[in-house]
Design a protein around this ligand. Structure first.
Ligand code: PLP
Length: 392
């Protein structure tokens, strides 16, 4: 009788004196170890990997690259930008704590602040991060942390980061900075008093709209352990394939950002001169409400994000998007190509028209995540769309 053959067996990786040039993708959910002592060492001395939810090589490689950009070490990758924020909140807050947030945080972060944290017995309130005095006035004896974004979405306001860092320094509250819009190329939070930095890696860092990931890091190892434990225990951890894609995107992050920023600056100037455009919001422009602060904080850089307001309301907005088919009308940011979003019909649709008007978000408001395409083509397309908006 023939011995039956089975393909279900443990195959060892071929020996090789050479190394792959590209980071290998490692999808394994679990890792074998030699004996219980070796497994003990993996848990206690971090000598290797055991189970992918607890960590895997592709997440470690990606985290160490973002650590390098942020000038730190020990950061972790999470399954999305929101799970990075969730890991920080779940790891560091308890019922009875108070969190103060910027009043123009990303929509889902605002939802966490206004609905989910209160449900867990955590007090929250929002303040204007461009006005450190109002943030100081909103502090409570139990304020455990302040969470802010440096550049607000979609109004492109620039927070008073120095003033806010001074408050956390004096009160002992933790300063959490969502550095997604600014990226470490424009702003290094740890050089300005931050305790914790988070990112939606989904955006500019991964850069190709094909991976959803986040990153969180704390300078203090005890805080970092608590954040990592929340990530692993609540299952917020990332897929190896997404990490692999994001690492590939990260290779060109600085090139993409610099080119997109040049495009954004050119586009801001071109749109500002168009008769159908009421206003352009871009930090390096002298008519930006926080221009002086932005120039100091961002080292004279403006980044790839800009907003503009069309005269003519919704009709002009519809005409603009229809006339620019090459510019994807999609509510995301940080893609390699330019994307256009209309906050009144997407991220801010939940607000009343008055609530939107208070933020300056009218029906003609667009946010642009500028990409790396040819500057001439981009500017021509946008100006042509503005012409159409003017005729609507
Ligand atoms: C500033 C900011 N923070 C966090 C997030 C959440 O990131 P993700 O979509 O990766 O969960 C976003 C998403 O747009 C964002 O813009």
């Amino acid at each position: 009788m023939k011995t039956p053959k089975s393909l279900v067996r443990r195959t060892s990786w071929p020996e090789s004196a050479s190394q792959p040039l590209v980071t290998p993708l490692q999808p394994s959910v679990v890792y074998t170890s030699g004996d219980p002592d070796a497994l003990d060492a993996i848990y206690t001395e971090k000598t290797g990997f055991s189970y992918a939810r607890e960590g895997h090589p592709n997440a470690s490689v990606l985290a160490s690259k973002i650590d390098y950009l942020e000038g730190t070490s020990g950061g972790i990758i999470t399954g999305s930008g929101m799970s990075a924020i969730a890991a920080v909140f779940l790891g560091l807050l308890k019922a009875g704590d108070h969190v103060l947030g910027g009043d123009q945080l990303y929509g889902r972060t605002l939802r966490l602040m206004t609905q989910d944290l209160p449900r867990l017995g955590i007090e929250t309130s929002l303040g204007d991060p461009t006005d450190a005095a109002s943030m100081r006035a909103a502090m409570r004896p139990n304020t455990r942390m302040i969470i802010v974004e440096v550049i607000s979405n979609p109004t492109i306001r620039v927070a008073d980061m120095e003033g806010i860092a001074q408050i956390t320094k004096e009160t002992g509250a933790l300063l959490v900075v969502d550095n997604t819009f600014t990226t470490p190329r424009l702003y290094l939070p740890f050089e300005h008093g931050a305790d914790i930095v988070i990112h939606s890696v989904t955006k500019l860092m991964a850069g190709h709209s094909d991976a959803t990931l986040g990153y969180a890091v704390a300078q203090d190892p005890a805080l970092m352990t608590a954040i990592n434990d929340a990530n692993v225990t609540w299952g917020l951890t990332p897929s190896p394939f997404d990490c692999w894609l994001a690492e590939r995107g990260l290779h060109t992050f600085d090139l993409r950002l610099d080119k997109a920023e040049r495009n954004a600056s050119a586009l801001a100037g071109a749109l500002a001169g168009h008769p159908a455009v009421e206003r352009v919001l871009y930090p390096t422009r002298t008519d930006h409400p926080d221009h002086n602060r932005a120039m100091g904080l961002l080292g004279g850089r403006g980044g790839n994000m800009m907003s503009f307001i069309l005269k003519g309301g919704r009709a002009a907005a519809n005409a603009f998007t229809r006339a620019a088919p090459e510019i994807a009308f999609a509510p995301t940011l940080g893609d390699v190509a330019t994307t256009l979003s209309h906050p009144p019909s997407s991220s801010h649709r939940g607000l009343t028209p008055e609530g939107r008007a208070n933020l300056g978000i009218t029906e003609g408001f667009f946010r642009v995540s500028v990409g790396v395409e040819d500057e001439g083509i981009l500017v021509t397309e946008m100006l042509r769309a503005a012409d159409e908006a003017g005729r609507a």
